[in-house]
Ligand binder design. Structure first.
Ligand SMILES: [Fe+2]
Length: 271
């Protein structure tokens, strides 16, 4: 898999935490005991460790992880090959988005997770390996994740499924907690909402590695913005994702793959 850059830098993390907690620059500077000028400099991209360590606790962020992100020297270390998992990274406006294919090597039955901007690479990959995509599972309905759904449905003749809380015309709905079965693979669904109204994390077992497709609930060293509820995002990520075994491979909607054990120490949002 090609190396995808981290989705967020330290200024993105600070911005998401400030918006989530509704803390203005003025309040943050006062509570952290830093000058307005120092805060502005840091928010402008200067990763001053002393200032970062003062503002992190006010924003309930893990200071070490924020500083590490500021140094731009960290990248999650995940096995290069994960059997039965492929990531497809496509360009959407000024960013990229991930979709995933998971399959059983013996029966060649598989499941698609999201479509990304363009499902062509996934469809080609599956065809070349004779993988039959049995179901299309959607983490959430932000447009970059479902942009090519009609084409993927046509190419695979598979039905798409979305959490009931984000129902729309193109997909059948399910309640969080439902289990999907694809050949010998079991797929558990967990509600990880807050970034979106009905975000779902799909936990796949039956492959050599346990895999969780998390959508925008969590990124390597960051998470999706808490557009619906920042506190729900923090809580459901802890309950639904960080509670999984440390060696679980996390497949985020943007940025690189990571693992639960890595995010427990390197994700600034979960001190
Ligand atoms: Fe999203």
């Amino acid at each position: 898999m090609k190396q995808i850059p981290l989705e967020d830098n330290f200024t993105d993390v600070i911005g998401k935490a400030q918006r989530g907690l509704q803390i203005s620059d003025e309040q943050l500077a006062t509570k952290a005991n830093v000058s307005a000028a120092d805060l502005a400099r840091v928010k402008g991209g200067d990763a001053d460790e002393i200032v970062l360590r003062k503002i992190a606790p006010v924003l309930n962020l893990r200071a070490d992880a924020l500083v590490e992100l500021g140094k731009k020297a960290w990248y999650p270390s995940v096995p290069a090959q994960i059997p039965g998992l492929a990531c497809f990274n496509t360009t959407w406006e000024d960013m990229t988005v991930n979709s995933y294919l998971v399959w059983d090597e013996k029966t060649l039955q598989g499941a698609a997770f999201d479509t990304g901007a363009d499902c062509s690479d996934m469809a080609k990959f599956a065809k070349a390996r004779q993988i039959r995509i049995q179901t299309i599972l959607l983490t959430h309905t932000h447009p970059d994740h479902i942009a090519d759904l009609e084409r993927l449905k046509q190419a695979t003749q598979a039905a798409a499924f979305v959490c009931k809380l984000e129902a729309f015309d193109g997909a059948e709905t399910f309640d969080a907690g439902k289990r999907f079965v694809v050949g010998p693979l079991q797929i558990e669904t967990r509600q990880t909402k807050g970034h979106s109204r009905g975000g779902i994390t799909f936990v796949v077992s039956g492959l050599p590695n346990r895999i969780a497709v998390v959508g925008d609930a969590m990124f390597a060293s960051s998470m999706g913005g808490g557009g619906v509820s920042y506190s729900d995002a923090l809580t459901t990520n802890r309950q639904g994702i960080l509670s999984l075994p440390d060696d679980t491979i996390l497949c985020p909607g943007h940025g690189p793959l990571t693992m639960v054990g890595i995010e427990k120490t390197h994700n600034p949002f979960f001190p």
